[in-house]
Design a protein around this ligand. Structure first.
Ligand code: DC
Length: 216
């Protein structure tokens, strides 16, 4: 199979929560031989750092200091998932100075060898010149169903209606945020995974990215 060497290329994967972009991004990175960064972890780890210091994640000064102090090892913490980390991440993500501090971290991550990054603003703000951009979506009902199943798989009982409501609220917050609201880049390939299983979604994503990298 022939394809242009992806070395040094940037692949931006954006979309709402539970659309499947993390799984896709990780698999794309492995298939293309590129480093992978889940940028949601940066916001989660920043929120955790603020909480560690006894601060409020919505406090711009505390949150910016935490973002500037972020170390790669922070992304390995075991407490970056769950409702407390979700809320802290959403709070710090709304602060422009936090986003500015984390922009450098993300650009440096990709500087040496390129990367696949997934998040909300990779193709619009962090890497507007990325060689390949995907915007991964699925219906609210399907994303809530997946998140509910994932929680059940981890032994965490949850009510589907509550998961759906929580996801709708996060969507609204991500889209309404003044700083880098969630929206597809004009040159992103849209991939709706509502009716696709994991294999079909990956095949479609890989084909789209290879087509873009081949043309880049
Ligand atoms: O993708 P996630 O659920 O791990 O993201 C955690 C939070 O960080 C969520 O509120 C969205 C926000 N986020 C962001 O604003 N920009 C990114 N590039 C990634 C995540």
């Amino acid at each position: 199979m022939s394809m242009a060497a992806p070395r040094g290329k940037v692949v931006a994967i954006d979309g709402p929560a539970a659309a499947g972009k993390g799984t896709l991004a990780r698999r794309l990175a492995a298939a293309l031989g590129l480093p992978y960064l889940d940028t949601g972890l940066l916001y989660r780890a920043t929120g955790r750092r603020v909480l560690d210091g006894g601060g409020d994640p919505a406090d711009p000064c505390a949150a910016e200091a935490a973002a500037r102090a972020l170390q790669p090892a922070d992304l390995e913490r075991g407490d970056l998932r769950g409702p407390i980390a979700d809320q802290a991440a959403a709070a710090v993500a709304a602060i422009p100075a936090v986003r500015a501090a984390l922009l450098d971290f993300q650009r440096q991550f990709a500087a040496a060898r390129g990367a696949v990054l997934d998040g909300r603003d990779i193709g619009t703000v962090i890497f507007p010149a990325a060689e390949a951009k995907l915007f991964v979506t699925a219906s609210l009902a399907e994303r809530a169903r997946r998140r509910h199943a994932e929680l059940a798989g981890r032994g965490m009982a949850a009510d589907l209606a509550a998961v759906t409501a929580d996801m709708a609220a996060r969507d609204a917050a991500d889209a309404a945020r003044a700083a880098a609201p969630l929206r597809p880049a004009a040159d992103a390939v849209l991939l709706d995974t509502t009716a696709l299983d994991a294999e079909a979604a990956f095949a479609a994503a890989l084909a789209a990215v290879r087509a873009r990298l081949g043309a880049a």
